[in-house]
Design a protein around this ligand. Structure first.
Ligand code: CMX
Length: 434
């Protein structure tokens, strides 16, 4: 059976031809227009990037290589039959476009295990940071700490032909994905368990090992981590973490440099840090109005948040216009594993209360919950209570999506990214007479 690299290599030639033909035959055709509003408004909706690993539909939500989340839950092998998908299987799918067999998934688990050893200087780096350094800042620093081992940077220095860039980029990507669980676990144990580390368990899969090294080994926690790590991987190319990784990678900065940029973007409260913010907001609710507030009390609280000039974290999206299927699958998980958990009830009540209020503001384009509205409550249930850590779990998962695309970006020879900016005067000049 072909290895991951061989299976990928087989796909690359055909896709290179397809992209070449697309450019040649349709290169001057129009994908969309760009308005002044879009240029000022965060480039919303401008179709201007090639991203192969996933595609987001405003109504339906994300598809990974054409598959929805429920389809992945059905098709991707789990740790046990009927269990949540193993993220290693999704990594195979993202890289090759094919659903892997159980044997292929095991081969990825083994491959990652063989690359997982963390250099001592990265452990020392993490140990040297002042207490209270935000876990996302630690994650970005640890990733940069690994950069000295970049095989792509070394191969580029040695003069590698550009047709082969994707090979050391794949090497770096697998090395980095393999090491992230232990990095995350060390950040967690240093911050919340007195620095008492737990060694990796070679009998566990990649996501379960992450949970176990953090100190959580019960069946439900492992299943949650597999699901969590699967659904946060990729959300097409325009979101801040994906786009930042893509942009920096386009300068031929190696995968460590590119991914660190993605992580510093994920650390923003309007993006990945929203999962921390949601938990803090919910804790604020329960502190102020108790664990089982009435819907009327919740409504008042939501309005107070809006009137304070703040966003309601976990709701809204730049592309989605319906409930995020990543939210829905977490809700289904909660209904199965923790139906009576009071915090889940609160999250469910917010689902009923918040959208009407956001709609009533008249300006929020998507009043529905996103992935971050639900994830924290599930983690709380299994004892992972430190919300400032949550975005690190998002980041570990995000590596699979953005690095898989990074391999493809180099395989397809995508150029350095360089969109055009304009001054206000230049915009006025361009719209004159229209
Ligand atoms: N609460 C309050 N106001 C909101 C809102 C929310 N949840 N979502 C959007 N709005 C506001 C915007 O702030 C904007 O207000 P102004 O015109 O006063 O600036 C207005 O509604 C229009 O914004 P939009 O077009 O609907 O949303 P954007 O595409 O600009 O932004 C997002 C998308 C996600 C940043 C925004 O919905 C938001 O801030 N949500 C809360 C934070 C959050 O959950 N982020 C996580 C998203 C998922 C992820 O990346 O992890």
């Amino acid at each position: 059976a072909p290895s991951l690299k061989e299976a990928l290599a087989e796909k690359i030639l055909a896709e290179q031809e397809r992209v070449k033909a697309l450019k040649k035959e349709h290169g001057s055709k129009i994908l969309g227009q760009v308005t002044v509003e879009q240029a000022i408004g965060g480039m919303r909706g401008i179709p201007c990037m090639l991203w192969e690993t996933s595609l987001l539909d405003a109504d339906e939500g994300i598809r990974f290589r054409g598959y929805t989340i429920p389809e992945l839950q059905e098709k991707l092998p789990g740790a046990a039959p009927g269990g949540e998908p193993l993220p290693e299987g999704l990594l195979w799918l993202l890289l090759t476009g094919e659903v892997p067999t159980p044997a292929q998934v095991s081969s990825v688990t083994e491959e990652l295990r063989s690359r997982s050893a963390l250099p001592n200087h990265v452990k020392a780096l993490l140990g040297s940071l002042p207490a209270g350094t935000h876990p996302m800042t630690q994650l970005a620093q640890a990733v940069l700490g690994l950069q000295s081992g970049s095989k792509f940077a070394a191969a580029y220095d040695a003069g590698l032909h550009k047709s082969r860039y994707w090979e050391p980029v794949l090497e770096d990507s697998l090395d980095l994905i393999a090491k992230l669980p232990e990095i995350a676990a060390i950040i967690y144990r240093n911050a919340y368990a007195g620095g008492e580390l737990i060694a990796p368990d070679p009998a566990l899969d990649w996501a379960a090992n992450l949970s176990a090294m953090m100190g959580f080994r019960e069946h439900g926690a492992l299943e949650l981590m597999r699901l969590y790590q699967t659904i946060h991987t990729d959300h097409e190319g325009g979101n801040v973490s994906a786009h930042a990784t893509h942009l920096v990678g386009s300068a031929l900065s190696d995968p460590y440099l590119a991914f660190a940029a993605g992580m510093t973007g994920l650390a923003g409260p309007l993006h990945g840090l929203a999962n921390q913010e949601v938990l803090r907001w919910i804790q604020h609710v329960t502190r102020e109005i108790g664990e089982s507030p009435s819907k009327e009390q919740l409504r008042e609280f939501v309005w107070a948040t809006l009137k304070g000039g703040k966003v309601v974290p976990g709701f809204g999206h730049a592309v989605l216009r319906r409930t995020d299927p990543r939210y829905t699958c977490q809700r289904v998980f909660a209904q199965k594993h923790l139906p009576d958990y009071p915090m889940f009830k609160l999250v469910s009540d917010l689902y009923e209360v918040v959208p009407d209020i956001l709609t009533a503001t008249g300006k929020v384009k998507n009043p529905w919950p996103n992935v971050d509205a639900h994830s924290g409550v599930l983690l709380q249930y299994y004892g992972i209570t430190q919300e400032s850590f949550y975005t690190v779990l998002f980041g570990v998962s995000r590596a699979m999506g953005v690095l898989a695309q990074g391999v493809w970006s180099r395989a397809l020879g995508l150029p350095i990214e360089r969109p055009k900016s304009l001054t206000v005067d230049a915009m006025l000049d361009r719209v004159k007479g229209q």
